[in-house]
Design a protein around this ligand. Structure first.
Ligand code: TMP
Length: 207
């Protein structure tokens, strides 16, 4: 029985999800909730090592199947080491990216079968699905501009690739409106945090 809550932030490069996830963790911590901030790929030693391989600009030969499996491998380790024990204890976990990222980036972006990703996702996550997901949406050009020139292996991909990722996120949001809240990344950080806070308070039945 998982007593905790699992909240994820998703979106394309430079959308502001890392800022919003930190705002949320600070806010919930100040309110006395047991809360932890995680990121994907990463969050635990093995998954952080996998992250280095995935984002290394030198790994130009990596094929889409290898890339998909590595994102899943990093996820499987995080699920086992952190998600299951913490959610069982009642912690609120806020994670910067999760399975939706693989559906958007490797599925819609690289053309890996979305059904295959979902099946692999079930294996890696042991069926854990976020209670609430915020998709911070931003026009692709604006997001990449915000990221600047220091780009990792994925960020270096074409504008068309990033457009497909963004369209993929919209598909996910449309297919699961109960779970996924779309946030306009062009609005101010403060305005967006107010919206996020309202949804989280509803989930936690506070406020
Ligand atoms: P970050 O920049 O948000 O930390 O994410 C790292 C990069 O990895 C980012 O470009 C998105 C990408 N990514 C995928 O392509 N698939 C995934 O499943 C995840 C979690 C991230």
């Amino acid at each position: 029985m998982l007593k905790g809550k699992f909240i994820t932030f998703e979106g394309s490069e430079g959308c502001g999800k890392s800022t919003q996830s930190k705002f949320l963790v600070d806010h919930l911590t100040a309110q006395g909730f047991p809360v932890k901030l995680l990121r994907e790929p990463g969050g635990v030693v093995i998954s952080e090592k996998v992250r280095e391989i995935l984002l290394d600009r030198k790994n130009t030969q990596m094929n889409k199947e290898c890339e998909t499996l590595l994102y899943m491998a990093a996820r499987a380790q995080l699920v086992e080491e952190v998600l299951i024990p913490e959610l069982s204890q009642g912690t609120i976990l806020v994670c910067d990216r999760f399975l939706d990222s693989t559906v958007a980036y490797q599925g819609y972006g690289c053309g890996v079968s979305v059904d295959t990703i979902k099946a692999m996702g079930l294996f890696a996550t042991k069926g854990i699905v976020p209670d609430l997901t915020f998709f911070l949406d931003l026009p692709t050009e604006e997001g990449l501009r915000r990221r600047g020139t220091e780009r990792d292996r994925i960020e270096l991909r074409s504008m068309e690739y990033h457009e497909r990722v963004r369209a993929g996120y919209h598909q996910i949001a449309q297919s699961e409106p109960e779970r996924v809240v779309v946030i306009d990344g062009r609005r101010s950080k403060e305005e967006n945090f107010m919206t996020i806070r309202t949804h989280v308070e509803k989930l936690l039945k506070i406020g």
